[in-house]
Design a protein around this ligand. Structure first.
Ligand SMILES: Cc1ncc(COP(=O)(O)O)c(C=O)c1O
Length: 375
C-alpha cells in the first residue's frame, strides 16, 4: 500500500487567490456563470441535459453566424477544436496549406504534420497578417485539400482577413478551416458569409465561461469529406460522425460534463441578451480606450490599429524593461494577470485580454493605473 495523505493536512478548504484575469485567456467569468457551474450534474443522456445541449447548439450557431446543423461543443479545450478540425478532414499524404502569423498557426502545422499531411506553410512576420496574394499563390500552386488560417492570433494580437483566403481555397476545391479561439463572441466573425467550412473556438475567452468546452462547427462539405475518407478518423474521441450521433441522435459517445455545459449555456444566454453586435462593439470600445491609455503612456502596440484585435491587446515593452518582473508585480501587488510574449516575442510584449465579461471599462482603468505605477 502506498502512503496516503495525512488527513490533518487536508482539512483546509480550497481557497484560490482572487485575481483579475486580463491575460490571453482564461478570462474573467460573470458571477452568474459561476453560479451555474455549481448546479447539480445531470446524467449525460438525461432528457433535461439533452435539451440544454440543443439550446447550446442553437445559441452557438448564432454566435458563429452559421446555419450548420453540426455545431457542437467538444469536451476539451481550444486545442481539441484544432485537433478535431484537422483529424476529421486530413488523411495521410493530403496536401495542406497553412497560414502562419504566430504561435497558433505553427501549432496547426504541427498537428497536420502528425496526421501525415504534406504541409505548405505561408509565413507572415509576427505582428502582421498573412499576405493574401502569397496564400493565393501557395494554394493555386499546390492544390491542397485543406487550407487553414487563424482568425485571431493570440500570440501577436493580429486579426486576419478571411474571405479572400476562403475564395482561393474554394477555387481548388479545398476546405477552409479557421481557428476562432480568441475571436468568437468578441470580434466580428461570419462563418457562412465568409465561406468558412470548419471553425472552432474555446469556451474561456470571449464567450466568458471557464475552459473545458470547445465550440466546433462543420458544414456539409466538410462532413461529406469526413464520410468519404479512405482511412478511418485517427481517434475515437474527436470523430465528428460519432459526435454527431451523440449531439443529434442522442446516442452515448462520452460523458459530457454537465456543469461545464451549464456554464457555457449561461455564458451564451448572457451574450445573446446583450446582443452579438453590441458585444462586438463593447470589445471595440474597451480596446480603443486601452490603446489610447497605452499610447498616452508613450508605449506602442505591436500590430497596426488597422488589423489589431479587440479582445487581445499586444503592448510592446520599451527595451531594457523586464517583462517577467512587470507581470510578477502586477500579479502579486495588484492581483492582475496579464500574459507575456511567446516565441520570438518572449520578453518583449505584454498580452492583455479584454475578453467577454473581462472587457470592461473599470478593468481597463485598473490595469492602466497599475501599469503607470509599475513601469
Ligand atoms: C488562437 C488560439 N488557438 C488555439 C488555442 C489553444 O486553446 P487551449 O489553450 O484552450 O487548448 C489558443 C489558446 O490560447 C489560441 O489562442
Amino acid at each position: 500500500m502506498l502512503q496516503t495523505p495525512d488527513p490533518k493536512t487536508l482539512r483546509d478548504k480550497l481557497s484560490p487567490p482572487k485575481r483579475l484575469l486580463m491575460g490571453p485567456g482564461p478570462s474573467e467569468v460573470d458571477p452568474v456563470v459561476l453560479e451555474a457551474l455549481s448546479l447539480p450534474p445531470l446524467g449525460h443522456l438525461d432528457p433535461a441535459l439533452l435539451a440544454i445541449m440543443g439550446e447550446t447548439q442553437e445559441m452557438l450557431r448564432a454566435v458563429f453566424q452559421t446555419s450548420n446543423p453540426f455545431t457542437i461543443a467538444l469536451s476539451g479545450t481550444g486545442t481539441s477544436g484544432m485537433e478535431a478540425s484537422l483529424l476529421n478532414t486530413i488523411e495521410p499524404g493530403d496536401r495542406v496549406v497553412i497560414g502562419v502569423m504566430g504561435y497558433f498557426g505553427d501549432r496547426m502545422c504541427q498537428i497536420a504534420s502528425r496526421l501525415g499531411a504534406l504541409v505548405t506553410r505561408v509565413d507572415a512576420p509576427w505582428g502582421r497578417p498573412l499576405d493574401i496574394e502569397e496564400m493565393r499563390d501557395a494554394i493555386s500552386r499546390t492544390k491542397p485539400s485543406v487550407v487553414c488560417a487563424v482568425h485571431a492570433e493570440t500570440s501577436t494580437g493580429v486579426c486576419q482577413d478571411l474571405p479572400g483566403i476562403a475564395e482561393a481555397a474554394h477555387e481548388v476545391g479545398a476546405l477552409f478551416v479557421v481557428d476562432a479561439v480568441t475571436s468568437l463572441g468578441g470580434q466580428p466573425l461570419l462563418v457562412d458569409e465568409w465561406g468558412i467550412d470548419v471553425c472552432y473556438s474555446g469556451s474561456q475567452k470571449c464567450l466568458g465561461a471557464p475552459s473545458g468546452l470547445a465550440p466546433l462547427t462543420m458544414n456539409e462539405h466538410a462532413l461529406e469529406r469526413t464520410r468519404e475518407r479512405k482511412t478511418p478518423v485517427p481517434g475515437f474521441y474527436l470523430d465528428a460522425l460519432l459526435l454527431s450521433k451523440y449531439w443529434d441522435e442522442k446516442q452515448y459517445h462520452h460523458t459530457i460534463s454537465a456543469p461545464l455545459l451549464y456554464g457555457l449555456h449561461t455564458a451564451l444566454r448572457l451574450l445573446h441578451i446583450e446582443g452579438l453586435e453590441a458585444r462586438w462593439e463593447r470589445h471595440r470600445t474597451n480596446h480603443q480606450t486601452f490603446r489610447g491609455g497605452i499610447e498616452a503612456m508613450g508605449l506602442d502596440f505591436l500590430p497596426d490599429e488597422s488589423y489589431s484585435l479587440c479582445p487581445l491587446n499586444a503592448v510592446l515593452l520599451p527595451p531594457g524593461v523586464d517583462e517577467g518582473a512587470i507581470r510578477a508585480t502586477l500579479l502579486t501587488d495588484y492581483g492582475i494577470e496579464v500574459g507575456g510574449g511567446l516565441g520570438p516575442l518572449k520578453g518583449k510584449l505584454l498580452r492583455v485580454g479584454l475578453m467577454g465579461y473581462g472587457s470592461r471599462d473599470e478593468f481597463v482603468t485598473r490595469l492602466l493605473t497599475g501599469l503607470k505605477e509599475v513601469l
